[in-house]
Design a protein around this ligand. Structure first.
Ligand code: SAM
Ligand code: SF4
Length: 321
């Protein structure tokens, strides 16, 4: 059997609902904001639900709504409600930049969203504005507060650490995790749509992050599921805070990866870092037969590589992070 078709359980689907974003993070959109896809290319909510249903039939139990920025798509709360109604799903989560979360947190919770990951790469307003191309840190902090007030627990904050950009803020983020009693995850920057050489100067790796964490705080190592993206997680002793490291470059977890990704334009991708995919949009728009969608999941799962090749030519805002 080809290694690519080695059987593994695929239970997690990340659904990018839009390629639009109100931020312009350079690591996500190197070369500036891309041209948005034509509206006709983007899956409708009906179409997304059809794919999620087929996914649940295939064995998907967890769905993450992402983007682009999911909260910029009109009526995304309604989409969450409809995903939540699909039989067989255990958990429905969202990854957001948090900019519009203050007003959406409660409706999202009421629609049945289970958990949130919020990206926030700086705790300094000016720097935050520079990194995101104009974002307001106060809006994201208000979003985190609103999420807590709406009853979301276990919210995680994602920080892409970059040398010379924000990596001096690691202690501030550790303090933030401890003070707020939440989990901050430091992410290695991936060279998306960029050569490894161009990406290297900004790269901050797992070993360095781990060393600095140990120097900053007493840590208790936590157990992790083999398929969890943060293969390293520590409780900050004496607090409710947790810190984690997601190291797709230093420590790829490909052999344990249990996820598929649905892009906003209907490509079911096997891997973030490799471009192999099945075009489910054409399946829906030509036949729409559920058995064929189920077959598309099997084909996409068979495309999963034993280990990624270290870069992708597709933008993160399109794939859905
Ligand atoms: N807009 C939402 C957000 O920012 O959370 C959801 C989509 S974003 C593409 C999902 C995640 O991908 C974010 O946590 C972001 O920091 C991360 N990301 C984007 N580009 C990345 C890169 N080159 N390397 C590592 N993480 C990246
Ligand atoms: Fe937008 Fe998220 Fe990409 Fe930043 S990381 S540009 S917020 S999609």
């Amino acid at each position: 059997m080809d290694e690519r078709t080695t059987k593994r359980e695929i239970t997690y689907l990340r659904v990018s609902v839009t390629d639009h974003c109100n931020y312009r993070c350079a690591y996500c959109m190197p070369g500036g904001a891309p041209e948005n896809l034509p509206r006709s290319e983007i899956l409708s909510y009906e179409e997304i639900i059809a794919v999620v249903r087929a996914g649940a039939e295939f064995g998907i139990t967890k769905v993450r709504v992402t983007g682009g920025e999911p909260l910029v798509r009109k009526d995304v709360v309604e989409l969450v409600r409809r995903i939540r109604e699909v039989d067989g799903l255990g958990e429905v989560c969202m990854t957001t930049n948090g900019s519009l979360l203050a007003r959406h947190a409660r409706p999202l919770r009421e629609a049945g969203l289970d958990r949130l990951n919020v990206s926030m790469d700086s705790l300094m307003p000016d720097r935050f504005r520079r990194i995101t191309g104009g974002g307001e840190l106060s809006h994201v902090l208000a979003g985190l507060n609103a999420a807590e007030n709406a009853g979301f627990g276990n919210t995680k904050v994602n920080v892409v650490l970059m040398r010379g950009v924000n990596c001096d803020e690691l202690p501030q983020f550790v303090h933030f995790a401890a003070a707020r009693g939440l989990e901050v995850r430091f992410i290695e920057k991936m060279p998306l749509n960029q050569s490894v050489e161009d990406s290297a100067p900004l790269f901050v790796g797992l070993d360095e992050i781990r060393r600095r964490l140990h120097n900053l705080h007493a840590l208790e190592r936590l157990e992790v599921e083999p398929c969890a993206p943060a293969q390293l997680r520590y409780r900050l002793i004496g607090t409710r805070g947790v810190v984690g490291v997601i190291a797709p470059i230093s420590k790829p977890f490909c052999s344990e990866c249990n996820r598929l990704r649905l892009s906003a334009d209907g490509k079911l991708r096997a891997c973030l870092m490799e471009d192999g995919h099945v075009d489910v949009k054409s399946v829906i728009r030509t036949s729409g037969i559920e058995a064929e969608l189920l077959e598309a999941f099997k084909q996409a799962a068979a495309l999963k590589p034993p280990c990624h090749n270290g870069h992708s030519s597709t933008l993160m805002s399109r794939i859905g992070g």
